[in-house]
Ligand binder design. Structure first.
Ligand code: APR
Ligand code: PHB
Length: 404
């Protein structure tokens, strides 16, 4: 028997309709939506449950994402613990300017940590007794260019193989699904930025009821939150900076300086720093988001810089569309929505890319900027906060473009 056949026959065999790689928001939410539509899936995650449940990531849900979660029966804890915000503040040259989302668009956002959502999704999946495997290794996808896709992985010292109809690559930017697509199929579009964010989670009440995005000579700062007693705070730093270069005192000092108001009255409440980390800034899109029977969703297909708070929402929109397409395929045999999956997602993805790039370039200090660029940047902020039309453009994008 050839070596490959021997290895295949040694594998423990499974069968499902959709094999899902990755238990982040994209993979978990997809598995939940599919289950509600009567479609079976198996979710594979190479990290531990504890790791994915405690990893601090994004925190802003668009109104459309909240609506999707509620419609899927996942809104209970988010409804109790999530913080509904009707606007944000843009602060520059010592003054704050509120952008009133509710008045401008009729919509709001909800601040709810991504890891809290991940906990809810995992709890729902396990409560229903549906397959979700943590701590697997050596995940490999194959056969998606033909009719019999499969996923191999190792778990507890054994090799397993899942035969499935479709594979969902929800394994994030560093996953294996996108790199498994044959060379030449995907076009990759990328932009890196000459800065990053140093972020902390602090045991301190939020500085204000809503998020504050601050533009300052010394660099950008963002005051966000996770609860009435937990603040999530960021300062612009160098792209290569590590946490060692940013002791707590330096972070607090920069936060205070960059968010100070002209009247000297504003202070960021300080407290114990519970977590600290660097968030890189990157824009990235892989096109198309599919290859045969492999469909990419979320960070596996695209990354946005966090300034527009779009990452988690794009992941949810992708899997909403993917679910609609898979449901159509299983109910009527029609491949039309699956064939159009990538094009449908990418129209939204590129608009979110544009918005995230715009927010990022408008609000950060660019090391290479000339005095002309500085003046233009301040004029842009002045125009934005003085024009209802401009504020509405920001608001409409921030609360989320409509989902079909
Ligand atoms: N096998 C199995 N799982 C994998 C593999 C692999 N080879 N590689 C990565 N994973 C897992 C990761 O451990 C992670 O839990 O896939 C999951 C991908 O989840 P996310 O990175 O959270 O991506 P996604 O679900 O698309 O959610 C996007 O995450 O980074 C944020 O800002 C982003 O909010 C956005 C959200
Ligand atoms: C966060 O709370 O982590 C957060 C909020 C808004 C952003 C980015 C991150 O734009």
């Amino acid at each position: 028997m050839p070596a490959d056949d021997a290895a295949a026959s040694a594998a423990v065999r499974h069968r499902t309709q959709v094999g899902i790689v990755g238990a982040g928001p994209a993979g978990l939410f997809l598995s939940h939506l599919l289950a509600r539509a009567g479609i079976d899936s198996i979710v594979l995650e190479d990290r531990s449950r504890d790791y994915v449940e405690s990893r601090i990531r994004a925190g802003v849900l668009e109104q459309g994402s909240v609506d999707l979660l509620n419609a899927a029966g996942l809104g209970a804890r988010m409804g109790r613990e999530g913080l509904a915000h009707a606007g944000i503040e843009i602060r520059f040259e010592g003054r704050g300017h509120r952008i009133d989302f509710l008045a401008l668009t009729g919509k709001a956002i909800t601040v709810y940590g991504q890891h809290e959502l991940v906990k809810d999704l995992i709890a729902a999946r396990l409560a229903e007794g549906r397959p979700l495997h943590f701590d697997v290794s050596d995940v490999a996808v194959a056969g998606f260019d033909g009719d019999s896709p499969s996923i191999r992985y190792r778990e507890d010292g054994e090799t397993h193989e899942i035969a499935c109809d479709f594979i969902a690559g929800c394994d994030g930017f560093h996953g294996i699904c996108r790199p498994s697509v044959p060379a030449g199929v995907l076009a990759l579009y990328e932009r890196s930025y000459p800065f990053a964010w140093m972020g902390i989670l602090a045991e301190a009440p939020p500085a204000s009821k809503e998020l504050i995005y601050a533009h300052h000579e010394r660099g950008f700062a963002l005051l966000s939150m996770r609860s009435p007693t937990l603040s999530r705070l960021y300062v612009q730093c160098g792209p290569e900076d590590d946490v060692a270069a940013w002791p707590d005192e330096r972070i607090w000092d920069e936060l205070q300086r960059r968010t100070a108001t002209s009247d000297g009255a504003f202070r960021v409440p300080q407290g114990a720093v519970l977590q600290k980390g660097v968030t890189p800034m990157r824009s990235f899109v892989a096109e198309p988001m599919q290859c045969g029977r492999l469909f990419l969703a979320g960070d596996a297909a695209h990354i946005v810089p966090p300034t527009g708070a779009k990452g988690m929402n794009l992941a949810m929109a992708d899997v909403h569309y993917l679910t609609q397409a898979l449901v159509a395929r299983y109910r009527s045999g029609s491949m039309d929505l699956l064939d159009g999956y990538s094009a449908r997602c990418l129209r939204r993805v590129w608009k979110a890319q544009r918005f995230s790039w715009w927010m990022t370039t408008m609000l950060h200090r660019h090391p290479e900027d000339s005095p002309f660029d500085r003046r233009r940047q301040l004029a842009e902020l002045d125009y934005l906060t003085g024009s209802e039309a401009a504020m509405r453009v920001l608001a409409e994008n921030y609360v989320g473009l409509p989902l079909e």
